[in-house]
Design a protein around this ligand. Sequence first.
Ligand code: AMP
Length: 127
Amino acid sequence: MYDKNNVFARIIRGEIPCNKICENDFALSFYDINPLFETHALIIPKGDYENILDFTKNAPADAQMGFWECFRETAEKIGISENFNVLANSGADAPFVEQSVFHFHLHLMSGARREEFAKEMDRICRK
Ligand code: AMP
């Protein structure tokens, strides 16, 4: 069940700050607090969706459109047009990288790996 007190829900409510990139009525994007790459942004819908399946199954069409507009605007604003990765971790037991915040988000990553990359991947990748 969706936890209304997860960190992204609190960012949406303005209870904790974020380094915002873009916002519209349906979505918000900001920089990851613990970047793995030179550029590491997160795009989140404003509605209460736990993961990508929940969002694509249950969000109304205008919310889905608003989300993708925010994604596109974010990429434009931070200068990403080629050579990037998009990742959606889903579930505490996801096989590659486990989901740690249970509010749907896309990671948008570009540029050089940061120094902490190997250590962080070792920490967050499922063994
Ligand atoms: P995931 O493992 O896919 O659930 O990723 C959650 C991401 O949220 C991680 O990359 C964290 O570094 C990031 N994160 C957690 N708290 C914050 C925060 N307050 N502001 C920005 N990013 C955050």
